[in-house]
Write a protein that binds this ligand. Structure first.
Ligand code: NDP
Ligand code: GUE
Length: 304
């Protein structure tokens, strides 16, 4: 029995992102061990220039994940009213620092900061988020180096769920630089865990339901609570919910995805929950990208 799948007769199987993320962390831990034998300790720098409480939580989670697998984490916080030159100087320093293998600039940055300029400033060899135009270009031209963590996490969840991706019809809802676009490019690749027919929908798509209803796989990253419902889905489709939306106030505050989980579970063959689906996978893939960055920079083969 596959630990990544919880079977539920008559309803969609649940794809357990926490379980898959735990197995990714295990292999990352082993890779950190092999790097250690070569005298290398991988280091990840997180840079936060924002007062957003959710961003603060995510950065803390990433630091805890690093600790768990033996990656050294370095955190830099920049005042939201500091000039952007301070952020750029920090990035320059981290680029030069041999103890730092990966750099993550937590998004969104505070208003007024030129985010694309900040992302371009990160050394592409340390760009574990895969947002630098060089890494974006490499993915698009079929020679990927660092691929964004959320798309990598989604791909892995699909393979763990037993989805035969080659030849499948994948509909992605959302075209952001962070999720939708890189995922589309990843799944268009010619590899055995890609090679799909990919459709990307967005807020100007006419008749979203029409696209979603003929998909084998639906990935939703729109930032709109419960945008995709069971009614729209084809019977037996696989649904990956990237969305993380806080709804309700005070004690009623909960996280929901971009998919209406209840109705979708009645129609889909497998579905990811929120929380516990894509989120933990994003964090796990960040760890994997970081050990790969460390290995590349040290010239050590680790096969992770
Ligand atoms: N689980 C995880 O690890 C992660 C989760 N997230 C979550 O995923 C969601 C998406 O994030 P992100 O990609 O950064 O979001 P963005 O806001 O950058 O992009 C949202 C995309 O969805 C499209 N969209 C919005 N409304 C609709 C609609 N009604 N119908 C069709 N398309 C629509 C937008 O279209 P247009 O381009 O036309 O505006 C846009 O392309 C958020 O909830 C975010 O919190 C994000 C990153 C990681
Ligand atoms: N440079 C950069 N890289 C990112 O990868 C990046 C970013 N900026 N900015 C914000 C988004 C969002 N994101 C998440 C990662 C993990 C969870 C996660 O672990 N979620 C848990 C629950 C978390 C909770 O309880 O709040 C879950 O879904 O189970 C969520 C969201 C990464 N992002």
């Amino acid at each position: 029995m596959n630990d990544a799948i919880q079977e539920r007769p008559g309803r969609a199987d649940v794809i357990d992102g926490e379980a898959v993320a735990a197995s990714v962390r295990e292999s990352v831990t082993a890779a950190v061990g092999r790097l250690g034998e070569a005298g290398v300790t991988p280091g990840l720098a997180t840079v936060l220039m924002s007062d957003d409480p959710a961003s603060e939580t995510y950065v803390r989670m990433k630091q805890r994940d690093c600790e768990q697998v033996g990656i050294e984490s370095h955190h830099v916080e920049i005042d939201t009213d500091a000039p952007q030159s301070e952020l750029f100087a920090t990035i320059d320093q981290l680029n030069e620092d041999p103890a730092i293998d990966g750099i993550l600039i937590q998004r969104p940055l505070t208003e007024g900061v030129d985010e694309p300029a900040a992302l371009r400033r990160v050394d592409p060899e340390k760009d574990v988020d895969g947002f630098h135009p060089e890494n974006v270009g490499r993915l698009v031209t079929g020679d990927p180096r660092f691929v964004p963590c959320t798309p990598l996490g989604v791909q892995r969840l699909l393979t763990e769920a037993g989805v035969e991706i080659p030849g499948s019809d994948v509909v992605i809802v959302g075209r952001s630089e962070l999720v939708g676009k890189p995922l589309a490019n990843l799944l268009l690749g010619r590899d055995d865990d890609a090679d799909a027919t990919v459709t990307v929908c967005h807020s100007n798509t006419e008749d979203l339901a029409n696209h979603v209803s003929r998909a084998d796989v639906v990935v939703v990253a729109a930032g709109v609570p419960r945008l995709v419902t069971g009614e729209m889905l084809a019977e037996g489709s696989v649904v990956i919910d990237v969305g993380i939306n806080a709804v309700g106030e005070g004690d009623d505050r909960t996280l929901v995805g971009d998919v209406d989980y209840e109705s979708a579970s009645e129609v889909a063959s497998a579905i990811t929950p929120v929380p516990g689906g894509v989120g933990p996978m994003t964090r796990a893939m960040l760890l994997r990208n970081t050990v790969n960055a460390a290995a590349r920079q040290a010239g050590v083969e680790i096969d992770s």
